[in-house]
Design a protein around this ligand. Structure first.
Ligand code: ADE
Length: 247
C-alpha cells in the first residue's frame, strides 16, 4: 500500500478529488491511503503564519521553512517517508517514468508550494526531489499534487481494470494513441474509417499502428528520440515496417 502525505494550506481543495471513484476505489482496496496535513497546524503564532517577506526585498511572500520541516518531522514520527516531493515549476518535468517509479514507493510526502516561492532551505535540506507538471505557473502546488497522485494511482495494482489496461504504458507514452471511434458509425456527415468496421483484426491492428506512428511523427516528433531507449534497433525497425505497411 502506498501512503501519500499531502502538506498544504488548502486541505479542503482535495475534497472532491478524494471522493473521485478512481481514488476512492484505490483507498477501498487498500492500495492507497492519502493523508492531508494542514500546514497551518504547524505554526505557533496567533495568525498561524506560514509565509513571510523575502530577505533582500521583492514582491510576494515566501513559505517559511519552519512549518514545512515540522510537518515532515511530525509525519516521520509515525513512520518512514521514502520521498519528499516539492511541487514547483522549477522542478524536473513530470513524465510517466517518474510516475511509475513513485508508484512503487511505500510512502511519499508531497509539499504544495504557494505564493511567490518556498524558502530555499526546503529545497536543499527537506525535499528529496522537485517536479513540475509543465512550463506554466499555477498559484500553488495543489493541482500539480492531484495530477501526480492521479497518475500514480492508475498504476497501483488492482485499481485500473483489465479493460482499461495500463500495460505497456511506457510504450504507449513514447507513441501517441491511434484515433478512436464509437457509435454511431456515421455522425452528421462524418463516417468512421471503413477498416474499423471490417472485423479484420490484422488490418485493424496495422491501421492503428500506422495512425499511431503518423500521429507521433507529426504531433510529437520529440518522442521519437525516446524510442531508442525502449527498444533495440531491430524492434524499432520491425515496428516501423509494421506501421508503414499500407493497411
Ligand atoms: N506550482 C506552480 N506551478 C507549478 C507547476 N507548473 N508544476 C508544479 N508545481 C507548480
Amino acid at each position: 500500500m502506498l501512503t501519500a502525505h499531502v502538506i498544504t494550506i488548502f486541505p479542503d481543495f482535495f475534497g472532491s478529488f478524494l471522493a473521485h471513484p478512481l481514488i476512492s476505489k484505490a483507498t477501498d482496496i487498500d492500495a492507497l491511503s492519502i493523508r492531508l496535513h494542514d500546514l497551518r497546524e504547524y505554526t505557533h503564532d496567533n495568525h498561524r503564519s506560514v509565509d513571510d517577506m523575502p530577505f533582500g526585498g521583492g514582491p510576494g511572500m515566501v513559505l517559511m521553512p519552519g512549518p514545512l520541516f515540522e510537518a515532515v518531522d511530525d509525519i516521520r514520527e509515525d513512520g518512514k517517508i521514502d520521498r519528499v516531493i516539492l511541487l514547483t515549476p522549477q522542478g524536473r518535468p513530470l513524465d510517466q517514468d517518474v510516475v511509475a517509479e513513485l508508484s512503487a514507493a511505500q510512502s511519499i510526502a508531497l509539499i504544495c508550494g504557494r505564493y511567490e516561492g518556498v524558502d530555499e532551505r526546503v529545497r536543499e535540506h527537506l525535499a528529496t526531489e522537485e517536479y513540475s507538471i509543465g512550463d506554466y505557473v499555477l498559484a500553488g502546488g495543489e493541482l500539480p499534487a492531484m495530477v501526480l497522485l492521479e497518475a500514480i494511482v492508475r498504476l497501483l495494482p488492482g485499481v485500473v481494470g483489465r479493460e482499461e489496461s495500463t500495460f505497456d504504458e511506457s510504450h504507449s507514452f513514447a507513441m501517441l494513441e491511434y484515433p478512436q471511434y464509437t457509435r454511431p458509425s456515421k455522425f452528421r456527415d462524418w463516417k468512421v474509417p471503413k477498416v474499423l468496421l471490417s472485423g479484420d483484426h490484422q488490418r485493424i491492428e496495422r491501421w492503428r499502428a500506422r495512425q499511431s506512428l503518423l500521429r507521433t511523427l507529426t504531433r510529437r516528433p520529440d518522442l521519437v528520440a525516446g524510442w531508442r531507449g525502449i527498444c533495440g534497433a531491430e524492434e524499432l525497425s520491425a515496428r516501423l515496417q509494421k506501421a508503414l505497411n499500407d493497411e
